[in-house]
Design a protein around this ligand. Structure first.
Ligand SMILES: NC(=O)C1=CN([C@@H]2O[C@H](COP(=O)(O)OP(=O)(O)OC[C@H]3O[C@@H](n4cnc5c(N)ncnc54)[C@H](OP(=O)(O)O)[C@@H]3O)[C@@H](O)[C@H]2O)C=CC1
Ligand SMILES: CC(=O)C(=O)O
Ligand SMILES: [Mg+2]
Length: 529
């Protein structure tokens, strides 16, 4: 029997080839994003099935870098409602607004942004929703979280970006951002309402501006099941890459791990999160807290951060150096020559900040320098991969926030690592859901990093990679989830005692079995033809 309005010879099995061909015919990445978004609306099972089979091709479209372009232009490319907006004008009735979400009882993971610092692109206001959607697509593809248990949220609190306020098509409320008192009141009501409406929810804070990122993580982490991806997820993923990079670097130089010195170019929410995570790892590996702290140097837009600077923001004070009293160091090469770092990490949003002189200075100090330009999207990267390989003659141990294609230099092909929290948050989410943990602890985040660092397979180790290849993300998320569950148990945060009875091999099997798979046979899963 044929189904009305389907062509008589419509064939599900080659329809995915048709979709891929349609996608590939789009000339520019933003058009591909719009196409995929439409496909998800028409047939979400097919969308996720195609995504899972083509991760390396599709993740750079649905996530960084293209999702950045989608956010910048969201008011213009908007097609259909696809997430939950909670507006500052909803203050006093936020619970009602959240209750309009379909399937709210199934809500397990929300990614919540207020659009105030989307990737390195600044304050995009209500245009920030695609970042929540993109992160949740990675939860679904990368960790098998059920699509209808994910809740993408954008808090529409106004924007301080004038051209959006002037744009007649802008989709958000037309007002500047609220005062910190007004925002605190809004956030307190929002978080309480989230707990009421979605009782089983884990909340991931995403791309809040620096001060609010720290403030709301600290304010809610003991009360609700929350974590901040930019502070904790980034801290975890970069610790993991650093462990593997330090092993490669130490193998070349003979230096022990305890001899490493890390220079952070950018001391915002991500830089500070990574620096704290490294210190915690160094101390658990046996260094004293003072020794561990002495290994970290931070740089912001005014130069090397020293304790004698007036008006330092709270989050910069801990790392401010007390052992330098000379003239303010502002030039990165001068700073490198003063610090003599083994690793240079960029979380600054400053495109091409790692010039040839900077790479040369790192190479002069290190047989194999660790250079991670981590700013997103790719057009804000501190260093292009090709330049890193050429200028260092293939010696740089490299990972970037957004993906790069392999580079061939002097007959050798090099593969970049992607140091992006996408390797961590899906597994943290899955582990938190399965263990029913009450909170996400620092210990869980650190164990996630250690699990990721030890997940390289033989091929990846032979290629001297510091992160696994993206195609293996589901298997990586299983291991990260296992580590997260075990640590939740060690800290008595879990509320699923059955998992405690399982040995690791059985628990790994259970985690795999719990992952959602797109149905292999379907006839158009969303029936709104
Ligand atoms: N790879 C990954 O997984 C992740 C990458 N990121 C990326 O990291 C970047 C930063 O994010 P985040 O920390 O939240 O942003 P913030 O705005 O909190 O921090 C940016 C930092 O960079 C510094 N900076 C800006 N311009 C310069 C300059 N000219 N020279 C030196 N330092 C400078 C700022 O200095 P000042 O304090 O003086 O303003 C600030 O310390 C973004 O591009 C984001 O996409 C973020 C999270 C995860
Ligand atoms: C990856 C990420 O979370 C960011 O760039 O903000
Ligand atoms: Mg982010």
């Amino acid at each position: 029997m044929s189904i009305a309005r389907f062509p008589p010879h419509f064939n599900n099995s080659n329809h995915r080839d048709r979709c891929l061909a349609q996608l590939r015919s789009k000339p520019v990445p933003l058009e591909k994003y719009i196409y995929l978004n439409g496909l998800k609306g028409r047939d979400s099972n097919l969308f996720y099935s195609i995504l899972l089979d083509n991760l390396s091709e599709l993740v750079p479209i649905l996530y960084t870098p293209t999702v950045g372009e989608a956010c910048v232009n969201y008011s213009n490319i908007w097609r259909r409602p696809e997430g939950l907006y909670v507006s500052i004008q909803d203050k006093g009735r936020i619970r009602e607004v959240l209750s309009t979400w379909p399937d709210f009882y199934d809500g397990r993971i929300a990614v919540v942004t207020d659009g105030s610092r989307i990737l390195g692109l600044g304050d995009l206001g209500a245009n920030g929703l695609p970042i929540s959607i993109g992160k949740l697509d990675l939860y679904i593809a990368g960790a098998g979280i059920k699509p209808n248990s994910t809740v993408p949220i954008c808090l529409d609190l106004g924007t301080n970006t004038q051209h959006y306020l002037d744009d007649p098509l802008y989709i958000g409320v037309r007002r500047p951002r609220p005062s910190s008192e007004e925002m605190d009141e809004f956030m307190d009501e929002f978080m309480a309402a989230m707990k009421d409406v979605f009782p089983k929810l884990l909340v991931q804070f995403e791309d809040f501006s620096t001060d609010n990122a720290f403030k709301y993580l600290d304010r809610y982490r003991r009360q609700y099941r929350v974590f901040n991806d930019d502070i904790q997820g980034t801290g975890s993923v970069i610790l993991s890459g650093f462990i593997n990079a330090a092993r490669l670097s130490s193998a070349a130089s003979g230096r022990p791990l305890s001899d490493h010195k890390i220079l952070f170019f950018g001391a915002g929410s991500a830089g500070t999160g990574v620096a704290k995570q490294l210190i915690s790892f160094f101390t658990t590996s046996g260094m004293s807290p003072e020794e561990a702290k002495s290994r970290i140097y931070t740089v912001d837009s005014k130069g090397l951060i020293t304790a004698d600077r007036n008006g330092l923001q709270e989050h910069k004070k801990f790392f401010a150096r007390t052992d330098y009293n000379g003239p303010q160091l502002t030039n990165l090469v001068d700073i490198i020559n003063h610090v003599k770092p083994t690793a240079l990490l960029g979380l600054s949003t400053l495109k091409n900040a790692f010039s040839e002189d900077v790479v040369n200075a790192m190479c002069a100090l290190n047989e194999r320098p660790i250079i991670f330009p981590l700013s997103n999207p790719v057009h804000l990267s501190e260093l292009e991969y090709e330049d890193a390989i050429r200028w260092s003659d293939g010696k740089a141990i490299f990972a970037s926030g957004s993906p790069y294609k392999p580079v061939t230099h002097n007959g050798v092909t090099y593969e970049a690592g992607q140091g992006n929290n996408m390797y961590i948050f899906p597994g943290i989410g899955l582990g938190s859901i399965l263990s029913k943990t009450r909170h996400v602890s620092d210990g869980m985040v650190e164990q996630a990093a250690i699990a990721l660092s030890s997940s390289l397979d033989a091929g990846e180790q032979a290629a001297q990679l510091v992160y696994p290849r993206l195609a293996r993300i589901r298997e990586i998320s299983v291991r990260v989830a296992l580590a997260v569950i075990r640590q939740a148990q060690n800290e008595n945060l879990d509320e699923n005692p059955y998992l405690r009875t399982l040995p690791d091999a059985d628990l790994l099997g259970l985690i795999r079995d719990k992952m959602w798979q797109p149905p292999t046979f379907h006839l158009w899963s969303t029936p709104h033809l």
